[in-house]
Design a protein around this ligand. Sequence first.
Ligand SMILES: NC(=O)c1ccc[n+]([C@@H]2O[C@H](COP(=O)([O-])OP(=O)(O)OC[C@H]3O[C@@H](n4cnc5c(N)ncnc54)[C@H](O)[C@@H]3O)[C@@H](O)[C@H]2O)c1
Length: 247
Amino acid sequence: MNLENKTAIVTGGISGIGAAISLELARCGANVAIIDLKPDEEAAEILEQLTETGCTAIFIRSDISDFAASIQAVQFVVDTYGQVDILVNNAGINRDGVIWKMTEEQWDDVIRVNLKGYFNFIRAVSPIFREQQSGKIVNITSINGIRGKFGQSNYSASKAGIIGLTKSVAKELGKYNVNVNAIAPGLIETEMMRNTDESVRTAALEEIVLKRLGQPEDIANVAAFLCSALAQHITGEVIKVDGGQYI
Ligand SMILES: NC(=O)c1ccc[n+]([C@@H]2O[C@H](COP(=O)([O-])OP(=O)(O)OC[C@H]3O[C@@H](n4cnc5c(N)ncnc54)[C@H](O)[C@@H]3O)[C@@H](O)[C@H]2O)c1
């Protein structure tokens, strides 16, 4: 897949799935701007890996749930590279709890980051994509946004919201030659997964028909495909990458 001369923004690109996506886009030739909340020192390792591929990479420390900061971050990327071609909305959090115990804070935090954060970056790039008559948006949702999950009503609601957001924006930006798709991972081995209970991991392995836990690279490969010319006729889709966990 060839992404030479493209500039990509990847939110939550310091760790897990976001880091793997950043790396894959860079291997395909894109320059990568990572947006993440983590401190600069934690960005150093992935930035080094990115530049080893021959691309240029920058890190912008920013909270995706902050609207004004998100607009500024995208402007900074445009000022640096003169363009932006790809947005991968990936940063996300979970604050699990059964509904009868869930606090307002748990609910608000997850919706603010996982849903509003995605809106913020789409809102920031869409005038640019519309003007240049091209662009790719990939939103990372979850199979739990399709089927729901015990103890994750806030997370599942945010991920279901991302699916509605993806399809609506695909309809709005289609005539401007912008592809907008979502990837719905099943359980993937990352820091987020390591924060969940061991029983969740065991139960997931029982469901996954391919009998292996998903790796960040499994998602990165599909993200790179969706950002490439090979996927030019795909939009408004939600692609499950879950080893058959959903079926
Ligand atoms: N790991 C899984 O099993 C799994 C399954 C389905 C979907 N997902 C989704 O994939 C995405 C990545 O998950 P992951 O497992 O790699 O998680 P992770 O926790 O390893 O990485 C998430 C990254 O997002 C950053 N981040 C969090 N909140 C932020 C904010 N407000 N502003 C900027 N950056 C922020 C974190 O600092 C971190 O670097 C998430 O949207 C998650 O919901 C993960």
